[in-house]
Design a binder for this molecule. Structure first.
Ligand SMILES: [Fe+2]
Ligand SMILES: [Fe+2]
Length: 272
């Protein structure tokens, strides 16, 4: 499949609707955190993969890297442009995000060898893709703020589309199974700790953390209707299988359907 690069044109979120994701303050806090971290995350993916590009000899993979980078750059730009929507809801997050980004990415980029960074990108890109698969296949964002729903569903759809690129680059430059495990061991605790702390941070600010709805939302997401704890363990178990490849899992038709749904927000960008 040839990756299509698209620009996302934002609208405006419903003012003051802090529980914008399906009326669920917990899910909203998780996705707010994810979105705040996207711009710096995407820069990390891009700088890592670009630094390794000269070692990739397969022209087909080189072409996919180029489109991957363009898709990720658009994700970073779109989530950055959406941050004022969170300001408008009354949240403070910019100082905390810049401290977290400075510490996490400063350490990763200055202390870790490139191949370990690539293994982390491969892992987090698979996480992005299975989160996208769960959000879209379970229609988690039905009855959500239309602009933010479109932003996240478009982004998750493209994460599904390009899910194999980072893994294929890792296989090209460092195919060792131990390296894959090391990247996962460094990435997963950090990723889920940041998501959890961020959800608490947003919930504390709007007060939902101190009401039953936040905790009911957390239960429903992790153990109840969405069953994300068990589903996440299933996805991660697959990644640890030595025969794993992202193309063996997840569903391109979900991504195609979402691009159709949000067509009015998306402007295709010509790519060479
Ligand atoms: Fe992305
Ligand atoms: Fe991605």
């Amino acid at each position: 499949m040839v990756l299509q690069v698209r620009r996302f044109a934002a609208g405006s979120a419903v003012a003051g609707n802090t529980a914008w994701a399906a009326g669920d303050p917990f899910l909203s806090g998780i996705l707010n955190t994810y979105g705040v971290l996207v711009p710096r995350n995407e820069r990390f993916y891009i700088s890592t993969i670009r630094a390794l590009e000269p070692r990739v000899t397969d022209p087909e993979l080189s072409a996919r890297i180029d489109r991957f980078v363009r898709q990720e750059a658009q994700h970073g730009a779109a989530h950055h442009a959406a941050l004022p929507l969170l300001d408008g809801m009354g949240y403070r997050f910019r100082s905390a995000a810049s401290v977290v980004n400075g510490v996490v990415f400063g350490m990763a980029e200055n202390l870790l060898p490139l191949r370990i960074r690539m293994s982390m990108v491969s892992c987090v890109e698979y996480v992005n893709a299975y989160l996208g698969h769960e959000v879209l296949s379970q229609n988690m964002l039905a009855d959500s703020d239309p602009t933010l729903r479109a932003l996240y569903e478009w982004h998750f759809g493209e994460e599904i589309e390009h899910r194999a690129v980072a893994f294929d680059v890792l296989q090209a430059v460092g195919p060792s199974y131990a390296l894959r495990l090391l990247g996962a061991a460094l990435t997963l605790p950090l990723f889920y700790a940041l998501l959890g702390l961020g959800a608490l941070w947003f919930g504390a600010q709007d007060g939902s953390l101190f009401r039953a709805a936040w905790w009911k939302g957390a239960w429903r997401h992790l153990f109840g209707r969405h069953r994300m704890l068990w589903r996440t363990l299933g996805h991660l178990g697959a990644y640890l299988d030595p025969r794993f490849h992202p193309r063996m899992r997840l569903d391109d038709t979900l991504a195609a359907a979402v691009m159709q749904r949000w067509n009015a927000h998306l402007q295709p960008i010509a790519t060479p």
